[in-house]
Structure formats: structure tokens, C-alpha cells
Ligand binder design. Sequence first.
Ligand code: FAD
Length: 122
Amino acid sequence: MLERSLLTLWEQNIPFLLLGGGSNILVSDKGVRGLVILNRCAKIKVKDSAGIQEIWAEAGGMLGQLSRTAAETGFTGMEWASLIPGTVGGAVYGNQVRTVVKYANASCWQKSCTVPKVNCHY
Ligand SMILES: Cc1cc2nc3c(=O)[nH]c(=O)nc-3n(C[C@H](O)[C@H](O)[C@H](O)COP(=O)(O)OP(=O)(O)OC[C@H]3O[C@@H](n4cnc5c(N)ncnc54)[C@H](O)[C@@H]3O)c2cc1C
């Protein structure tokens, strides 16, 4: 749904700013030009692929929940995020999860693609 909305905005040339938790932004008194979208696509789940567990998270998933899910699954590396009021998408954008990201699904200018970690420019 979010992806479809973004594609429509790109098609219509409508400027927008996508936000997660809003914990890492400063907004000018002049406001924001365009549409501000709060990402509430927040599913986080543990997937089992051929006996290997991995955590799959939507970009609007909260870092605290991701951190708890990781701990419950026996993974390390996300402890620092347990109390941060931000989202997975914000942390991917800000380069804060580089050690644990395997790949990211991204939408960009009318295209969707899977970006392996090696191409995330971390
Ligand atoms: C109290 C506190 C403690 C912190 N401690 C640490 C720490 O110990 N270690 C550490 O590494 N970091 C730390 N951080 C940083 C934290 O990881 C980031 O603030 C957080 O990940 C940003 O997420 P957000 O959803 O709030 O982003 P937002 O503030 O909503 O957005 C930040 C930027 O990301 C962009 N963005 C957000 N979601 C998406 C998306 N889905 N797709 C594309 N762009 C997107 C926005 O457009 C914006 O430019 C801390 C932050 C806070 C507030």
C-alpha cells in the first residue's frame, strides 16, 4: 500500500517526505514543502528459510520491537536500539544498522528492487 502510494506520488510529481518515528529530524519554521507521510507499515517477523532463521521487518517497524525480536530469537547486534523511538527505515536510511542488514527492498522512481547489503553503500 505504501509502495503504491509512493509510486503514485512520483508519477504525479508530488513532492513528499517519508518519516518513521521522526526521532532524527529537525523541521524548519518554514515547514515542509509537499506531503509528509508517516510510515506505519510496521510488521516484524522471524522467517525460517531452509533451517536458517532471519528477521524480516517492514520499514515502519519500531527499533525497540526489532531489538526485542532479535533478542528472543537469539541474535545479537540490536541491543543498542531497544529504547530508541525510531523505525527500521529511519535506521537503514541513517546507516545505523549496517552490521545487521542483509538486504533491503527499496522503491525508487517508479521501480522496486532488492538491494543487497553490498550495494547499500555502508
Ligand atoms: C534517544 C535516541 C538515542 C539514539 N541512540 C542511537 C544509538 O545508540 N546508536 C545509533 O546508531 N543510533 C542512535 N540513534 C539514532 C536512531 O537510530 C535514529 O534516530 C533512528 O533510526 C531514526 O529513525 P526514525 O524512524 O525516527 O527516522 P526519522 O527521524 O523519521 O527520519 C530520519 C530520516 O530518515 C528518512 N527515512 C525514514 N524512514 C524512511 C524510509 N522508510 N525510507 C527512506 N527514508 C526514510 C527520513 O526521510 C529522514 O530523512 C538514537 C536516536 C534517539 C532519538
